[in-house]
Design a protein around this ligand. Structure first.
Ligand code: SAM
Length: 208
């Protein structure tokens, strides 16, 4: 995870503005209720946290990422803002399970929502990781995924893939649609040239 440790130093300054509105919209789709527990997988520098906090719902947030560098930035933001209801732990998303989470958090948790923004295009074995995410959800829990898909590949796609260590050929929403009910999908307002493809948000409810 060395690349993201380095990238963490410029991640927020280079990307915050670009994704601001999209993060807001994705958090709206989480449809948070007071008292819920949510997990942000591949949370990076915690760029989603302020949007979740802005929803003004009293939710407990867990953030997890593989990169220590990204998590350090996230922890700095949490400490600066005194967000005592956000806890972080380091994990490879490919190994996520209820047991691992119990080991890391010392709590038996199943989540009301799983959130993953720009993670599944980066994490290897993403289909298995998506299954693991669904396993972490309560019955009727909600999953919200934001990512990029390049229908037509061009130079920007190549650059973004190299820079983000991403694969923008993954039809993540299609797999999500098969595995959830109440599926929803929409494009987000970011120029394709800036992110190498179409930015989308997709959500669904865990099938019982
Ligand atoms: C493009 S960044 C997205 C970060 C954040 N979700 C955001 O919205 O800005 C991709 C993130 O995936 C994380 N990542 C990559 N491989 C991972 C893995 N196997 N397990 C967990 N996180 C991983 C990286 O460390 C990085 O923070």
């Amino acid at each position: 995870m060395k690349w993201y440790d380095i990238f963490s130093n410029i991640y927020d300054t280079s990307l915050e503005k670009l994704y601001f509105e999209s993060r807001k919209r994705a958090v709206e789709l989480l449809d948070l209720k007071s008292g819920q527990v949510i997990i942000d997988i591949a949370c990076g520098t915690g760029a989603n946290f302020k949007h979740i906090k802005a929803s003004d719902k009293n939710v407990k947030i867990y953030g997890t990422d593989f990169s220590e560098g990204m998590l350090k930035k996230a922890q700095t933001t949490i400490s600066k803002n005194n967000w005592n209801d956000i806890s972080l732990f380091q994990a490879d998303a490919r190994e996520l399970s209820a047991n691992l989470i119990k080991e890391k958090t010392k709590k038996d948790i199943s989540f009301d929502s799983v959130f993953c923004v720009l993670g599944l295009s980066v994490i290897p074995d993403w289909e298995q990781v998506l299954d693991k995410m669904l396993h972490l959800l309560k019955e009727n829990g909600k999953i919200v995924i934001v990512d990029v898909f390049a229908e037509k590949r061009d130079f920007n796609t190549w650059i973004v893939e190299k820079f983000a260590r991403a694969d923008l050929n993954r039809r993540i929403w299609q797999t999500l649609e098969k595995k959830t009910s109440n599926f929803h999908y929409e494009y987000l307002p970011v120029k394709e040239s800036k992110v190498g493809g179409r930015l989308f948000v997709a959500s669904g409810i865990k099938k019982c």
